[in-house]
Design a protein around this ligand. Sequence first.
Ligand SMILES: NC(=O)c1ccc[n+]([C@@H]2O[C@H](COP(=O)([O-])OP(=O)(O)OC[C@H]3O[C@@H](n4cnc5c(N)ncnc54)[C@H](O)[C@@H]3O)[C@@H](O)[C@H]2O)c1
Length: 256
Amino acid sequence: MRFSGKVAIVTGGAGGVGRALVRTLTREGAAVMVADLSADGCRALVEEIESAGVGVVAFVAGDVQDRAYCERVVAETAERFGGVDILFNNAGIIPRGTILETSDDMWQAALGVNLTAMFYLCRAAIPAMKERGGGAIVNTASAWGVYPGPGHIAYCTSKGAVASFTKSLGRDHAPDGIRVNAVCPHEINTPMLRSGFERRGLDPQTAVDELNRTVPLGHIAEPEEIADVMVFLASDEARYVAGETVEVTGAKPVGS
Ligand SMILES: NC(=O)c1ccc[n+]([C@@H]2O[C@H](COP(=O)([O-])OP(=O)(O)OC[C@H]3O[C@@H](n4cnc5c(N)ncnc54)[C@H](O)[C@@H]3O)[C@@H](O)[C@H]2O)c1
């Protein structure tokens, strides 16, 4: 029970990696606030956890592009669970295209969901963490943020910015006992990846099988394999890890 008495927020909590995070954190004793655009997804996850009787969990659904919503997530978490110790900034979208294929809306959404939401959420959560004497923030960047892949200009730019944001914030708030780190995963077997294949008219399972052969460890990441690293970064076992971006790739380089 690494998180007994701790309170965590998980954005994108109803998605592939988010659900794995919420399940592990609640199993290990944390009270968890699930924040996601999908109210139905949040409700289903909360019902699953409550019916299994293995954790304390609640949700507040909304759009992380909205500053007022981000502030409400932090305020409602503190009100309901007595404080905030851990923030997982995990919500993300992946607009696809070169610059010539990227509309203003796609660009703004990539930056809004993947980057600016972190700014709003961290700015709201850090004072609450300071009140508790410290905390941990784990951001989801991407291998494509640090080694941009082709044809995803808005996504790669937003995730590259998440990496710098994490290092800056990590430096500034380590003296407050707040450790800020990011994971940079390569491909993960989640709805984000599979829906991209579907949109391109491909069978997602065949496409995943093919991708698996490109990874030296033998398969693209399952959501739990990324969530486990993120949970480690939030735990006391990572007490000397701060301001870092951790690549989690199964040894697969970008571009192959
Ligand atoms: N799947 C991959 O291959 C991959 C690779 C590297 C990094 N990532 C990153 O991992 C994180 C988790 O992604 P995933 O693979 O679990 O994808 P996913 O699509 O399964 O989950 C993302 C979740 O974010 C939520 N979300 C999207 N826009 C939102 C908004 N405006 N406000 C609130 N919630 C919103 C969605 O409803 C969804 O539940 C993302 O930041 C993603 O960029 C994914």
